[in-house]
Design a protein around this ligand. Structure first.
Ligand code: SAH
Length: 261
């Protein structure tokens, strides 16, 4: 694990001690410490298929299939942003990608490190923001995945801009998030958090959900071309997900950086 040693970027008088378990850049950058703490608290059960991250386990095969539809993974240099305990990072590595993975919850990155030892993988895990990695490794990745994270950060557009900078010309960005619709409110919050108890209560805030048109505008502003939006439909009766044409709840997007960039 690479613990980012860059100093905090807060101006005078702005510095606040970081909360336990949250990377030191937290208070001065595009990170919501309460959100990161909430995820950090789940570290010990992250890989439990029936635990609080059961839904992420269920989404994982469909997300991997979506990435693989557009991106050859064997030998590709891939960055997983907001990797959590490494569910998708490991799946990408097992498909032959050379993976770097970052998250601002240190306990999750530690859990990911431990878990990959069992799996015999060599993912480069780091506690670092994507904005700071973009300064360090611009133009180095064939593909970037950022799944189920944008709805937890103060400025998603800044994450997207940093990803654009990290991609090689022709590189691809894969995103997944929740749409801001009544259906998403009913299913992802009321259904999943209160009725089925699939997710811990308070996992999601409806106001942070993102409409595809908003995502498209941020991608355009970052110089990326959106070329697909697909639904990711969770089916509770089999605790699994499939790709779908309905984008009103969970959805995936794929955008490409121009070859002249
Ligand atoms: N992408 C993973 C985990 C999703 S949970 C998966 O889908 O399997 C959201 C993750 O985003 C948490 O691990 C949380 O710690 C992380 N996160 C939230 N804000 C972040 C930020 N600004 N930078 C990096 N990681 C962040």
């Amino acid at each position: 694990m690479h613990l980012n040693a860059r100093p905090a970027e807060a101006g005078p008088g702005q510095e606040v001690p970081a909360a336990a378990g949250v990377g030191s850049e937290t208070m001065s950058s595009n990170v919501n410490p309460q959100e990161v703490e909430k995820f950090a608290a789940l570290a010990s059960r992250w890989w439990d298929k029936d635990g609080p991250q059961k839904a992420l386990h269920a989404l994982n095969p469909a997300r991997l299939a979506y990435v693989a539809r557009y991106q050859t993974l064997q030998g590709a240099k891939v960055l997983d942003v907001g990797c959590g305990g490494g569910l998708l990072s490991e799946a990408l590595a097992k498909s032959g990608a050379q993976v770097t993975a970052i998250d601002m919850a240190a306990p999750l990155v530690e859990m990911a490190e431990l878990h990959q030892l069992e799996a015999g993988l060599t993912i480069d895990y780091r506690v670092q923001t994507v904005e700071s990695l973009a300064e360090e490794m611009p133009g180095q990745f064939d593909a970037i995945t950022c799944m189920e994270m944008l709805e937890h950060v103060p400025e998603p557009a800044s994450i997207i801009a940093a990803c654009a900078k990290l991609l090689k010309p022709g590189g691809q960005l894969f995103l997944s998030t929740l749409n801001r619709t009544p259906a998403a409110f009913a299913l992802a919050i009321v259904g999943a958090e209160y009725i089925a108890r699939l997710l811990p209560r308070g996992t999601h805030d409806y106001r942070s959900f993102i409409k595809p048109a908003e995502l498209a505008a941020w991608l355009r502003a970052a110089g990326l071309d959106l070329h697909d939006v697909s639904g990711l439909a969770y089916e509770p009766w089999r605790n699994a997900a499939r790709l779908s044409t309905r984008v009103d709840v969970n959805y995936l997007a794929c955008a490409r950086k121009g070859t002249l960039a």
